[in-house]
Design a protein around this ligand. Structure first.
Ligand code: NAP
Length: 289
């Protein structure tokens, strides 16, 4: 039987409805969450993501301002911009669009962000909360959180399940493994990477399988690696030769999976909504609300 397809858009809209209610309640108390995005250069993907944050913020009632800086901006000026935003009491969240131009050290810029305003969870302090099991204090990276939202809102229980995550990347796989291990979620987690001896075996064990390798358009996860009835979340974004986007899981896997997310139209549809959600959470943590 063909798998149930879980699309991201209706789930993102459901989350936005909840966030709008939170923003209304905050506005009634006299505070409005605000996100600042730093955009250096004109990478088309980054420009699109920055604009998308502005329009998503409008839908939720959270102002998003974009600070555009030319491609040749010196590293020190980008760090100075982040520090200016750190000091601005009206800014509750800061996000620097990646990739940065080659002459800028990404880690210097990321580490300049005040952890309390770090809405994509890139700083060591925010990672530490996640690692230490204190998710309530953490601003969690958007893509792994989007995977969790998709699983939970699709009505799939995580508790006690065997979950395999393909990829130990800093952006998706590693923080996702930490989220799955949090008390309350209680998954039993296997994390795979390029040196995993038996990737197919680890995938077949999984009641929930998350692909986050970005291992190219030739689809790393084949149909015969999916356990019948499993929930399959494809977080990868691979560009094909014709410029279209595809995931890490071959489409035929939907013949055996119970639930599966599409690419595009799955995990990626939630990430900007989650960044706005993190801005609201940042404000609440900053003000003890
Ligand atoms: P990353 O840092 O490049 O990490 C990729 C991971 O996949 C690494 O752990 C790597 O193993 C593993 N890997 C690569 N090829 C493999 C193979 N053949 N077999 C097993 N494991 C393999 O990636 P990332 O930044 O975490 O991103 C992961 C994916 O998520 C990418 O496709 C990215 O485009 C996508 N993404 C999506 C969104 C969204 O909005 N949907 C946002 C961000 C990222 P090693 O550690 O051994 O090298």
């Amino acid at each position: 039987m063909a798998a149930k397809i879980i699309k991201g858009a209706p789930i993102a809209e459901e989350i936005r409805g909840e966030l709008r209610a939170e923003v209304d309640a905050l506005k009634a108390k006299g505070v409005t969450p605000k996100l600042s995005v730093v955009l250096v250069g004109s990478d088309p993907g980054s420009v699109w993501y920055a604009r998308n944050k502005v329009s998503t913020g409008e839908k939720i009632g959270v102002p998003v301002e974009v600070h555009e800086m030319p491609e040749d901006t010196p590293e020190a000026d980008v760090v100075a911009m982040v520090e200016k935003l750190n000091a601005d009491p009206d800014v509750h969240g800061i996000l620097v669009e990646l990739p940065l131009p080659g002459h800028i050290d990404k880690s210097k810029v990321m580490n300049a962000i005040l952890p309390a305003k770090d809405v994509d969870g890139v700083t060591a302090e925010m990672r530490g909360y996640l690692l230490g099991g204190q998710e309530h204090l953490a601003l969690v990276p958007a893509t792994p959180l989007a995977c969790i939202e998709l699983i939970e809102r699709a009505g799939v229980a995580i508790k006690g399940k065997r979950v395999t995550v393909v990829g130990r990347g800093d952006t998706v796989g590693r923080p996702l493994a930490m989220l799955l291990l949090q008390k309350g979620r209680d998954a039993t987690v296997t994390v795979c990477h390029s040196r995993t001896a038996d990737l197919a075996g680890a995938c077949r064990e999984a009641e929930i399988l998350v692909a986050a390798a970005g291992a190219g358009a030739d689809h790393l996860v084949k149909k015969d690696m999916v356990r019948p009835g499993a929930t399959v979340i494809d977080a990868a974004i691979n560009e094909t030769a014709d410029g279209s986007i595809t995931g890490d899981v071959e489409p035929a896997a939907s013949d055996v999976a119970g639930v599966i997310t599409p690419v595009p139209g799955g995990v990626g549809s939630l990430t900007t909504t989650i960044i706005i959600g993190n801005t609201i959470k940042a404000l609440k943590l900053q003000k003890g609300l």
